[in-house]
Structure formats: C-alpha cells, structure tokens
Ligand binder design. Structure first.
Ligand SMILES: [Fe+2]
Ligand SMILES: [Fe+2]
Length: 303
C-alpha cells in the first residue's frame, strides 16, 4: 500500500526485498561479460605480483646472471629471502643440515627451479585481500591452493621429466581465476549471501579468467594451460607424457577426498584419464603414505 510519504519521497527501500529483486534480475552471462570488460579495461584491480619478485625474475631469466646476482636481488626483500630459506629447508628439499643463507637456499633448490620457487613464494600476497566481505573465502581459496600445490609437488617427484617447483606453482595458480570473480562479487550482496550461487559462478568462470590473468602476467604456456584446463576432466592432452595439468587434476581431486558433499569427492577416479595417465597404482601408493605432517610442513613454508 502506498502512503502519502511514499508518493512524496519514493518508497523506502527494504533491503531484503531489494536483495530478492537483485537475485531475480541476476544474469550470470552478463556478469561474465562485464567481468571480462572490467579486466580488459583495467577497471578491476587485478592482484599484482610484488615488484621485487618481478625484478628477481628478470635477473633469474638473464642467462648472464650469476647465483650471487640472484641472491643479492632476493636479499633486498627480507620477507622473500626468509621464505626462500624456509622453503629450501622444507621436507621438499631437506638435506642433512639446514641452510641458513639465501645463496645456500638457491644452491639447494637449483638455479633452474628458483624462478618457480620465487613465483610460488610471491603467491601468498596475491591471495590476500583488503576487502573484508570476501576475506574468509579468499583465505579458504589460499588454503585449498596450498593443499593442491603440496600434493602436486610430491606427485611430480615421481616423474623425472617434471619439476617439483613448477608443479608447486601449478597447484598454487590453478584456481587463481577465482580471485577477480570474488572481487567483483563483493559488489553483489546477494552473491555473498548465497554461497552456492557464488560457487557455481566461480566454477563456471574461473578457468577462463585464470587463463586471461596468467597470460597477462606472462606466465609460461604450461602454467596457463593448468589454469585453463584443470577442471576439464575429459581433456585429451597433446603429448604422451604426464603433464602439469594431469598432476593438478589428480592433486585437486585428492584434496577433496575428505570433503563429503563436494562433487569431486564422489567421483569415480578410475575412469578419469588423468588418473590413468599418472597411474592408478602410483596414486594408491601416494594415498597410503603417512603424509600428513610432511605436507603440512611444506605448506607452512609457503606462508
Ligand atoms: Fe578449479
Ligand atoms: Fe581447485
């Protein structure tokens, strides 16, 4: 019923009703198109990689750089330096004794792999947000990414042609496309209120957004492929050998094993090509190892 007041001032908006109306009007396709435009026209603030990590990468990629050059560059960023030393002392690399310096850490990780390690260690900052309304989801996304990354790195250890640090990075970036979607969703309260709807939206869009982000950051094609295809369980890879997409698909599904109710926890893994390529027996062996503490220790090194 309209009151006289409504006629003069316009009807006062009822927040619940407004949210219900927004839900009714919401068009996921339009959201996706808008998000793509936002990113292309720089309207959405994509997380950036820390400047010093980028400089360190330039030095690492320069064939003329010595290990001392790389160590000097990394040491400028005290938090990166500390993380790199911790990473080199994690169960992924642990030697007889602990390393104490950046130089010793690089020696242990190896000049070839250190570039992936630097990017992995920079990821913590990418998954950090100042927007309070999406902090809990971002934190959950980071935790999931760390679990997938540690499993990926350990699985890659069984394949001499794969690099454990690259597998670690692959696990950390596989769902990176969810970040801009969450950032945009913060402007739609009803999406924040309806977890299932937001999950569906992330599921539908995160691979194409991730592909776009990693191309924008100039990542290697192998990593872009991981972001773009890790949920395409029926994919037919070009090569014969196990690749990082296979590894991340397996690690991602294993990460949901204990999560009842998640669609990937009920899946028949025997039928998934990535499981067959990585090896059903190897995965069974991997599942049975008493890995809890080891994985936790590797994960801690990424924080
Ligand atoms: Fe995903
Ligand atoms: Fe995932």
């Amino acid at each position: 019923m309209h009151t006289e007041r409504d006629q003069i001032w316009g009807k006062q908006s009822d927040p619940q009703q407004a949210a219900a109306e927004e839900t009714k009007k919401f068009d996921p396709k339009a959201f996706a198109l808008e998000l793509r435009d936002d990113i292309q026209q720089n309207r959405i603030k994509l997380p950036t990689l820390p400047a010093l990590s980028l400089e360190a990468l330039v030095v690492v990629n320069d064939a003329g750089s010595s290990m001392a050059d790389v160590a000097r560059m990394i040491s400028k960023d005290t938090s990166m330096a500390a993380r790199l030393v911790r990473y080199a002392n994690s169960p992924l690399y642990r030697g007889i004794s602990n390393v104490a310096s950046v130089k010793a850490a690089i020696t242990r990780i190896g000049m070839d792999a250190v570039k992936h390690a630097i990017l992995s260690l920079a990821m913590r900052d990418v998954f950090t947000t100042g927007f309070r309304s999406i902090q809990v989801r971002m934190e959950a996304l980071w935790k999931h990414s760390v679990v997938v990354a540690t499993k990926s790195a350990l699985l890659a250890g069984y394949f001499p042609h794969l690099n454990r640090d690259e597998a670690m990075l692959a696990g950390l970036i596989h769902d990176v496309g969810a970040i801009p979607i969450l950032i945009k969703a913060k402007d739609h309260q009803f999406l924040l209120d309806d977890e299932k709807k937001l999950d569906k939206l992330v599921e539908a869009l995160h691979m194409s957004v991730g592909k776009f982000m990693l191309s924008f950051w100039n990542f290697d094609p192998a990593m872009i492929d991981v972001a773009a295809s890790h949920d395409k369980l029926d994919r037919k890879p070009a090569g014969e050998q196990v690749d990082y997409v296979d590894i991340v698909q397996v690690a991602n599904i294993l990460s949901y094993e204990q999560c009842e109710g998640h669609r990937l926890s009920r899946i028949d893994t025997g039928k998934i090509p990535a499981f067959q390529r990585v090896g059903i027996d190897l995965i069974a062996q991997f599942r049975q190892r008493p890995a809890g503490q080891e994985e936790l220790d590797i994960g801690v090194a990424l924080h």
